[in-house]
Design a protein around this ligand. Structure first.
Ligand SMILES: [Zn+2]
Length: 310
């Protein structure tokens, strides 16, 4: 089954200064690796539309959306900082709108018959963005906007969000805590940025804090004991993924010791669940991953498993 690979040119033009780790080269590294590995032949490319204000407003305050629009610089060399780690250049607003739009298009595609799985190769990432705040390189919460679209537009009643980025998905947690239509599973290094996630905030949030130097064996054991029973009991009608690869051993943004095979394993488990409960429907959105070579290899492995071999 073909996979929809969704991106947009503006995602390559959003830049937060010369030395910022969340850089356009990340998407180029993914593209280069997909070509080199032959995976490029197995995907169909889509340009993402811009998300509308109403689509964003399902998860963000309208005043916050307006503040982002107002903050967007109008000149080529201007950079506006909207958070200690997050800036906007002239293209960032469009990139953020098209990144959110990619998650929406991904949901629309997998709810149809031609594509079971979609990967949104987009930036800025989204999972730290809360209802009314930009944070940690994120402006709009792409995966949450996609999940809300699945609930409101497609009428789904159970959407699982699996977040295996090395950082806690605090924005996604804030948006959906207490909303029983969502099961949110987040694994992350703790204690670490952004410092949240150790406490259980709501029954529909399954946080997995793990110590530094966590390796594949420890990660698998925790996921098998905690997430998989909850995901099976939830029987999702769609699985969204916050796909962060910054837990890779070569990634110096954090201190996990995961490898490509471990990201392959968690993706395979997600795909198995989707095959069992929801016609393989998975929409995955890129989050972190900052060492370019490792990011390319991890995404190639992730897409290979999403395409599946069943
Ligand atoms: Zn991260």
């Amino acid at each position: 089954m073909n996979l929809a690979l969704i991106s947009h040119q503006t995602c390559m033009e959003h830049r937060m200064g010369a030395h910022h780790p969340e850089c356009p080269e990340r998407l180029h590294a993914i593209q280069d690796r997909l070509i080199a590995s032959g995976m490029e032949m197995l995907v169909t490319h889509f340009d993402s539309p811009a998300a509308t204000i109403d689509q964003l407003a399902r998860v963000h305050d309208r005043a916050y959306i307006q503040s982002i629009m107002d903050a967007a610089p109008k000149t080529d060399d201007a950079l506006t900082w909207i958070d200690g780690d997050t800036a906007m250049n002239r293209h960032s607003l469009e990139a953020a709108l098209h990144s959110a739009g990619a998650a929406i298009l991904g949901v629309d595609l997998v709810m149809g018959d031609r594509y079971h799985t979609a990967f949104c190769s987009v930036r800025p990432p989204g999972h730290h963005a809360g209802r009314a705040k930009a944070s940690g390189f994120c402006i709009f919460n792409n995966v949450a906007i996609g999940a809300a679209h699945a609930l409101e537009h497609h009428g789904l009643e159970r959407v699982a969000i699996v977040d295996f980025d090395v950082h806690h998905g605090d924005g996604t947690e804030e948006i959906f805590a207490g909303d029983e239509r969502i099961l949110f599973c987040s694994s992350f290094q703790h204690p670490f940025y952004p410092g949240t996630g150790a406490d259980s905030v709501a029954p529909n949030v399954v946080n997995l804090p793990m110590p530094r130097l966590t390796d594949g064996e420890a990660f698998k054991a925790k996921v098998e004991a905690s997430w998989l029973p909850r995901l099976n009991a939830f029987a999702p009608q769609l699985i969204m993924v916050s796909a962060g690869f910054d837990g890779h051993v070569e990634d110096d943004m954090a201190h996990f010791n995961l490898r490509e095979a471990d990201f392959g394993w968690i993706t395979r488990e997600i795909h198995k669940l989707a095959t069992k409960y929801c016609k393989e429907r998975v929409v995955s959105c890129l989050e972190g991953g900052y060492t370019l070579s490792a990011l390319g290899r991890c995404v190639s492995t992730h897409i290979d498993e999403l395409i599946g071999h069943v």
